[in-house]
Unconditional design. Structure first.
Length: 131
């Protein structure tokens, strides 16, 4: 319930309220993978990268084989203008979870953001081989 109320508050632009609700819900569910990933995404969206990173790391410790933490963390870094960091997280995910086309696409997008077309095309080809 607290998590849902936190999402609702965040979507309505009530960031301080959302953060309070998320803190309360994390105190109750400190090892809930999905919740850790969701709150980490919100923290990244509001620019609290240190807190977001801590939550993504906690989520990965809870479920090392879970692709969503790597995927969303990488996507948030890429959207935040950090393509090198995004690529490192996506590559770490590829090394620890069953590879996904989305992780490969994030690697390709990170290379593209840096103007590295050849590397981007190689990553897209790797993603295509997964189909």
């Amino acid at each position: 319930v607290l998590q849902a109320r936190g999402v609702e508050a965040f979507n309505a632009g009530r960031v301080a309220e959302a953060e309070t609700l998320f803190a309360e819900s994390l105190a109750l569910l400190p090892f809930h993978y999905g919740h850790l990933v969701e709150v980490a995404q919100v923290k990244a969206l509001i620019g609290k990268w240190g807190e977001a990173e801590e939550l993504f790391v906690r989520a990965i410790r809870v479920r090392p084989g879970g692709a969503p933490a790597y995927t969303f963390w990488s996507a948030r870094l890429l959207a935040g203008g950090q393509p090198d960091a995004a690529r490192r997280i996506a590559a770490a995910g590829l090394g620890r979870v069953e590879p996904t086309t989305r992780l490969w696409a994030l690697i390709a997008d990170s290379w593209e953001a840096e103007g590295q077309t050849a590397e981007s095309l190689r990553a897209r080809a790797a993603a295509g081989r997964m189909d």
